[in-house]
Structures are given as structure tokens and as C-alpha cells.
Design a protein around this ligand. Structure first.
Ligand SMILES: [Fe+2]
Ligand SMILES: [Fe+2]
Length: 688
């Protein structure tokens, strides 16, 4: 939206104009319109807060708080059943009783104990009963028993492993081969039993690790959540796990969406810069009123989207923005405005619900694309109604399909609701158009149709007071419209420009040859300089009358530019006879030169029509018609009247072809009786 405030340089000049391609490096020195961005951010923040506040109590949730309502799944998804998974993991952990590990101090302790036994300090190691038996034995027998026990103990402690039982069988087998007597083997076994009882200990740390390992190996238990399944019932506390599902299902959370706000602020600033850069590249220049119009429809569009979201969330609130933008702004600019305005509007109005956001974003994209195809060229009211209806039906069906694709509620009721919503928004769109036209002086196809209707007060006056000029204007309109169609311009705009271009002649109609039905020419009685002054003044008079009769600014531009800065050479030459030092400037139109392709087409159509009508009696075949058309266009190019507009040679060839084709119909098929002399400078037929 950059340059929105830039007024055009030429008088009441083109609000929308294309400059000379040489100027288009206008990117240099480009400054984004930060004021617009700040305003949009402020409005977006208010709408975001408002939508969030109104939706918060209704459907948002808070982790750790009871659910305000029962939440249902509205899309199918696989979820982890946290409670089942937790139960299974606890089961696995409880299956592990405890982990026995080797006591690393065991060999040292065993050696210490056997050292005490060798010193016959039995009481320190053995229980009293066993200690007394050992003390009662002869020393060599006691040493033999403790020696065997010591050897076996040390050989066995290495073979003990985690969780292993004391290997009684193996101990006995070792004792049997030790050479001890049976009673001695018994004593040795009892000694071993005491000494080795702490060989294995339970390690709580390791036990915990093993339990955790076992738990982690348990795969999460999954289950499928189908549409309509209950996620959490009203009153149940929302756990973090349930919150995850609710978020995934697009339910908004009960905290102010600061991240969304930050996104919107950044997004709006980037977007305003982008729109500015885009309009600069495309050479769209918008004046203050048009800028205000764009900001207004954008804000109104966002409000419509908020209402749509609060009333049902079907995303069709973008329709008014699309309708207003495409009916009043250049197609590619309107597309950027609707697409990105719609996406930012979706973020603002979805209230944190991701399902609604997706629906709204898809709908915005679809609306921008369909409106681009349908609304760029409107021929009349019926055409507008037909295309708006087609847009509404397509969007209702498209919205239904998008909702179905996103697993949102679909069915007859949803389709009915979408259709009703589309119809309502189309009515709002059409109802607001006259308001925008009045407030911002914008041109919609409907307004252009009204302007070109013969019942327009100014055109009615032309019919009555200057019928020749009225007829000339209609002919120019037909020519210009044909060329505009060939060059893919707005034919209705050019036609309206043609109908009003000579309204200034209403002040003194009899001074223009097409209105001299009686054959009397008042210029015969006037000084050439005065004649020139009167003729030239029809441009200024036209601008004044246009303003007086509420003719839109874009149409008044055609009035101001249709003669460019051309000069009345006939009167100048005539005047030179009396005063050879006469400056030529007072015989030239003030201009400016055409500032848009549309304005250039009108200038050419006006000149060609006047020249051909003046020469019509002498024209005998179509070749002469072609030569005359070519000569008029070449003269305008040679006089640099078209140097401010990017018309290529190919464009000029197309314009010429369209003119010739139309003129052939006018002067041959229709058998129009040519008037003798035509246009504003009757004695100089090559100039209108
Ligand atoms: Fe004129
Ligand atoms: Fe004219």
C-alpha cells in the first residue's frame, strides 16, 4: 500500500496511471507507508483481542482447570493413550523386584574373616555355637577346615553373578573332594555359609535404573480418536496430555495469544512494504482517497471476517473485501490485497483455533482466485449480479469441500449454512458499493454503467444543447471502447471518458462545427486568437462542469488530457498574418499530455473520429480510411503527445486495427451520413 498517498502530477490527473517505462525504476527511494501499517496493526490488535475475548469463555481451555464444556473430536487422529501407557509401564516396573549385585568388598572381607579364623578368633566371625565347636577342635583340624573353607570361598566369589543364588550344590561338591571328613565338611560348609552370606547385595540405584529401562521399552499405547469422540467431559480436569489433543484439534487455549499478536504486527509491516513495492513495480499510483478506501475496505473486511468467525466460522467473511477490491481496483493489486488481507484477517479472527485458521486461509485463497477470474470485467448490472451469484455458489461449494477435507462438520446443514452465509455477504458487498462510491469517489463497473447511460444529466444536456457533440462523443466512445478491448483495458472506463470528454462545449456549443446545423460559423466574425481561446477553453469548462455534476475524478482526467498539449495551427497561421511576432503558446491546449494508456486511446479515438468525419465525403474506399487513421496516429506520436504512456508499437498497431475495423462499420455498413467537417478545429481536419 505504498504510495497510496501519492497524488498524480497532472492536474486532476489519473489516480491510477502508468508512467513512462523509463520512470519505473521508482523503487529507488521507496518508503513504505508506516502510518498505514501502524493503523492496520492497531485495528488488527483490537479485532484480535475482541475475537479472543468473545470466544474465550465459550470454547477455550486451561491446563489444570476443569473443562468448561465437553470437548469432542472434530477431526480423526491417532493419539497416545497416556493413562493406558502409564499403567503398562508401572506394571513392567513392578515386575522387577530388586537387583542383586556382587559385593565388591566381598573378597577383602572374606580374606579378613579367614585371617581371623586362622588366628582362631572364631567369635569375631562365627555365631557362638559354631565358634565354640571350632574352639573345641584340635588346632590342626581347625586350621585344615578353615583353610579348605577359605580356598573354596575365594574360588566361588568370582562365579557369583547378579541375581545368582549361593551355589550350595557346587560348594558341597568342592567340599567332598577336599579330603575333609564328613563332620569336617559340615563344619566347613557352615563356616562358608556365614562368611559368604553377604556375597550378594541388593543395589537400589541399579534396581531403579533397570526399572526405568524396562519402562522406557514399553511402546506408547495408541488409539484412534474418531470424529465425535469425547476428548474430555465437562468438569473433568484438563491434564497436559488432554491439552495436547485439544490443541491438535484446534481448540483455543485460555491465554492471550501474544505470539499471534507478534505475528500479526510483523506480518502487517511486511505486507504493507510488499504492497508498496508491488504497486510501485506495477506503476499503480493511488491518491489519498483511494488509499483511504483501501484501508477502509480492509478494516471492514476484517470486521466481516470477525463476525463470520463469531457466527459460525465458515470463513466466508472475506467475500465483501474481495467484492469491493476487485470492483474498484486494478485486478492484480486487488488480488494481492484480498489474498494477503484475507490471510492476515484469518489469523486475527480465528481466535487461536487452528482448524478455523486453516479453513479461513484456504477460503481466502479461493476467494481471491475466483474473484480475480470473475470480477475483473463487468459489463452491466446483470452481469455483476450473475458473477456475484456464481462467486457465492462457488465459494459455498468450495468452503464445503475445504471443510470436508479438514474433517470439519460437513453435511446438508453445513452446506445450507455456507450458502446462506455467502448470500448474506454478497448482499452486504453490493449494498455498500454506493456508499464507497460516494465517500471515496471510486469507480465501480456499476457506477460506470450509470455514467454512460443517456439519462445522465450532463449527457442529457449534451443531447439537447449540443447534439452534434453528443453524437461525436458516442462515436469516439465506440472507437475507444473497441481499442480498449484489444489492449485488455477497461472498455467501460474508456467509453465513459469518451462520453464526457467534450462536455465543456456545452458553454458555447455553436462555436464548434459539429453543432453548426444552420451553416453559420461564428468564428468568421472573430479574431483568430479569440476563436482559439474559445475552443481551447472547452477543456477547462469541461473540468468545471464535471466537478459541478459530480463526474468522478478518473473521468475528469480524460476531459483534461484529451487534447494533450496540441496546438491550433490553423488559427495560429491565420493570426500570424496580422501579428508575425505572436507567441504560439496561446494557441495551444494547456494539457497535460495523456497520463494513462486509457487516456491516450481516447485522444487517438477523438482525433481519428474528427479527422475521418471531416474528410468523409472525399473518402471512397477503406484504404483511404486506413491511411487517414495511420496519419492521425503518427502525428500524435510525432508531436510527443504519447510519450508519457507505455504504449508499444504493437499496441499502436492494435489500436489502429481496432479503429479501422470500427470505422468501416460506421461509414459503410451503417451508411452513416458524414457531416461536413467535424471536431473542435473545423478547418483543420487532422486535429480533433
Ligand atoms: Fe475536445
Ligand atoms: Fe472531441
Amino acid at each position: 500500500m505504498k504510495n497510496m498517498n501519492k497524488s498524480s502530477a497532472n492536474g486532476p490527473a489519473a489516480s491510477l496511471k502508468r508512467l513512462n517505462p523509463g520512470n519505473q525504476a521508482g523503487d529507488k527511494g521507496y518508503r513504505p507507508n508506516w502510518g498505514t501499517a501502524v493503523l492496520l496493526v492497531a485495528v488488527a490488535s483490537i479485532l484480535l483481542a475482541g475475537t479472543w475475548y468473545l470466544k474465550e469463555g465459550e470454547s477455550s481451555f486451561r491446563v489444570g482447570s476443569p473443562a468448561m464444556k465437553t470437548y469432542y473430536a472434530h477431526s480423526r487422529m491417532r493419539i497416545v493413550d497416556e493413562s493406558a501407557t502409564r499403567a503398562l509401564r508401572e506394571q513392567k516396573m513392578s515386575d522387577i523386584g530388586g537387583v542383586l549385585v556382587k559385593d565388591r568388598k566381598f573378597p577383602e572381607e572374606v580374606r579378613g574373616k579367614f585371617a581371623a579364623l586362622e588366628k582362631r578368633d572364631y567369635a569375631a566371625v562365627l555365631p557362638d555355637s559354631l565358634s565354640r565347636i571350632m574352639e573345641s577342635l584340635p588346632e590342626d583340624a581347625a586350621r585344615r577346615i578353615t583353610g579348605v573353607a577359605s580356598r573354596i570361598a575365594l574360588s566361588f566369589q568370582d562365579s557369583l553373578s547378579v541375581g545368582a543364588e549361593l551355589p550350595a550344590d557346587m560348594l558341597w561338591r568342592s567340599l567332598e573332594t577336599s579330603g575333609l571328613s564328613i563332620p569336617e565338611q559340615n563344619l566347613a560348609y557352615q563356616i562358608l555359609d556365614h562368611v559368604m552370606e553377604r556375597a550378594l547385595v541388593m543395589d537400589s540405584e541399579v534396581t531403579q535404573e533397570v526399572r526405568s529401562l524396562a519402562a522406557s521399552e514399553v511402546e506408547p499405547v495408541e488409539r484412534v480418536l474418531s470424529v465425535g469422540d469425547i476428548i474430555v467431559r465437562e468438569g473433568e480436569v484438563i491434564s497436559p496430555e488432554v491439552a495436547l489433543v485439544l490443541r491438535a484439534q484446534g481448540y483455543p487455549e485460555a491465554f492471550f495469544p501474544w505470539k499471534t499478536l507478534a505475528f500479526i504486527v510483523t506480518g502487517v509491516f511486511f505486507w504493507v512494504s510488499w504492497m508498496g513495492w508491488f504497486s510501485r513495480r506495477r506503476e499503480y499510483h493511488f491518491d489519498a482517497r483511494e488509499s483511504a478506501f483501501m484501508i477502509t475496505i480492509l478494516i471492514a473486511g476484517w470486521v466481516a471476517m470477525s463476525l463470520s468467525s463469531l457466527l459460525g466460522g465458515n470463513g466466508l467473511g472475506v467475500i465483501p473485501l474481495a467484492g469491493w477490491a476487485f470492483l474498484a481496483l486494478p485486478g492484480s493489486f486487488a488480488f494481492q490485497l484480498v489474498l494477503w488481507g484475507g490471510i492476515i484477517g484469518s489469523v486475527i479472527t480465528s481466535g487461536g483455533s487452528s482448524a478455523e485458521l486453516m479453513l479461513s486461509v484456504f477460503t481466502s485463497g479461493l476467494t481471491a482466485s475466483l474473484a480475480y477470474l470473475l470480477l475483473r470485467k463487468i459489463t452491466d448490472r446483470l452481469d455483476l449480479l450473475r458473477k456475484m451469484a456464481l462467486l457465492g455458489v462457488s465459494l459455498a461449494l468450495g468452503g464445503f469441500f475445504i471443510g470436508w477435507g479438514l474433517y470439519l462438520p460437513s453435511g446438508g446443514t453445513a452446506l445450507l449454512s455456507l450458502s446462506a452465509s455467502a448470500l448474506a455477504w454478497i448482499v452486504v458487498t453490493l449494498a455498500a458499493l454506493p456508499l464507497w462510491e460516494r465517500l471515496f469517489d471510486i469507480l465501480t463497473p456499476v457506477r460506470l454503467v450509470d455514467l454512460t447511460h443517456p439519462s445522465h444529466p450532463l449527457l442529457k444536456r449534451l443531447q439537447l444543447e449540443a447534439p452534434g457533440t453528443y453524437h461525436h462523443s458516442l462515436m469516439v466512445g465506440t472507437l475507444a471502447e473497441a481499442a480498449a478491448e484489444k489492449l485488455r483495458m477497461d472498455p467501460l472506463l474508456v467509453k465513459a471518458g469518451a462520453y464526457f470528454h467534450d462536455v465543456g462545449k456545452l458553454r458555447r456549443p455553436q462555436f464548434f462545427v459539429e453543432n453548426q446545423q444552420t451553416g453559420l460559423n461564428p468564428h468568421d466574425e472573430l479574431a483568430p486568437s479569440l476563436s482559439a481561446l474559445i475552443i481551447i477553453s472547452h477543456v477547462r469548462d469541461g473540468l468545471e462542469m464535471g466537478r459541478q455534476f459530480g463526474v468522478p475524478k478518473k473521468i475528469r482526467v480524460f476531459i483534461g488530457e484529451h487534447h494533450g498539449t496540441t496546438c491550433l495551427h490553423y488559427f495560429f497561421k491565420k493570426a500570424l498574418g496580422a501579428d508575425p511576432d505572436l507567441p504560439m503558446e496561446q494557441f495551444c491546449y494547456p494539457g497535460g499530455r495523456p497520463s494513462s494508456r486509457e487516456s491516450a486511446v481516447l485522444m487517438l479515438a477523438d482525433s481519428v473520429e474528427a479527422a475521418v468525419r471531416a474528410a468523409a465525403p472525399a473518402i471512397t474506399d477503406s484504404r483511404e480510411l486506413e491511411e487517414m487513421t495511420k496519419e492521425v496516429i503518427d502525428t500524435k506520436v510525432a508531436e510527443s503527445q504519447l510519450s508519457d504512456v507505455p504504449l508499444t508499437f504493437q499496441d499502436l498497431t492494435r489500436i489502429k486495427a481496432a479503429f479501422i475495423e470500427t470505422l468501416k462499420h460506421m461509414y459503410h455498413a451503417r451508411k452513416v451520413t458524414p457531416l461536413e467537417n467535424a471536431g473542435d478545429t473545423p478547418r483543420e481536419p487532422a486535429v480533433s
